[in-house]
Design a protein around this ligand. Sequence first.
Ligand code: URA
Ligand code: CA
Length: 434
Amino acid sequence: MRMYDLIIKKRNGGELTTEEINYFVENYTKGNIPDYQVSSLLMAIYFQKMNARETADLTMAMVNSGDILDLSKIKGIKVDKHSTGGVGDTTSLVLTPMVAALGIPVAKMSGRGLGHTGGTIDKLESFKGFSVEMTEDEFINNVNTKKIAIMGQTADLAPADKKLYALRDVTGTVDNISLISSSIMSKKIAAGADCIVLDVKVGDGAFMKTFEDAKTLGTAMVNIGKSVNRNTVAVISDMDQPLGFAVGNALEVKEAMDTLTGKGPKDLLELCLTLGSNMVVLAKKAKTVEEAKEMLLGTIKDGSAIKKFREFVEAQGGDPTFVDDREKLPKAKYVVPVKSDRSGYVSKINAQNIGLVAMELGAGRATKESIIDLAVGIVLNKKRGEKVEKGDVIAYIHANDESKVEKASKGILENYEIKAEYKDEIPLIYDVVR
Ligand code: URA
Ligand code: CA
């Protein structure tokens, strides 16, 4: 087989066979095919597209390029959750203890975040002593006894995707539905889950800017899941404003705990119930999402969700008294209100840019080497649809470096759109693809 022939075939609109796809993924991962030929093939795929069979084959070729986690020693149906990336997205921290409190095993292997705020692991390090370092046996044992564990990424999952994604990033071939969907699904499948619930974000702050594009991506991923025997559901949700109020690591941890005790933001709770109920149904613990939502709400009402969260923090070396006394979480030196310079209704909050403001305060990593300041970030005080008078506080800046406050304040004001009226209400949940 020659790479040259594959390029020509795809360039002319042909369909690559399973063997051809396996050949190029395997040999590119091993370093046997140069970047320029793979770039050329990716560009041909970008223009000529791949059908569902080719997309599923590409996914499995990338899964098979590295380690595949064996979670078979964990009893029960393992359901994983993945978000295509939002701003102030604390759903994992809320969902996992709620779902685990219902007896559904949550086994997550997580990496650190590169972006506006840290990833789930960074956020959890707000608890003094918390660690994701454990052996695979300890991980499995924790999930079997406590139903929940998060482990740092030790296994080499889908290395082909890592290499291909880096190449796509610099060759103008990222935004093709087959390439994105196979990239995301390959990592989820290699992580060993039986079922997957995806949160596909749509809006200014997301990868997909329109509902149609998000739905196409969601449908492609559900189809991949189906064809490789992993039941998959995709929820299409809004990212035209940050989720909840808090953007920043410890601030989001506090918001997650507020939500677990019934005092959280409405939108965050609603999204968690939608994602969570689909996880519960896939795990076969409920027949309908309505029934599952009631069960999840029950874990908040009877205190089992926050109890599970406390148990999880303690099991991984974190100080559980931080759960009882949230004042112990990392706190910023300065909390500065940002006041509106206009009256009207909040019609939009540019999530992406608010995320960047939080990152500049130190909440996220600009490069892999950056050190996160867990305490800093932004807490929104007004959200879309709310009325504001000139002088009302629209947000609070949490900063440790006073010299960064003025720029952050300006950045927040610039990214709040305040208009005389608010008409076109945007839904939080657009659709669920099954
Ligand atoms: N996220 C991924 O993991 N892969 C893509 O291709 C795009 C977004
Ligand atoms: Ca939030």
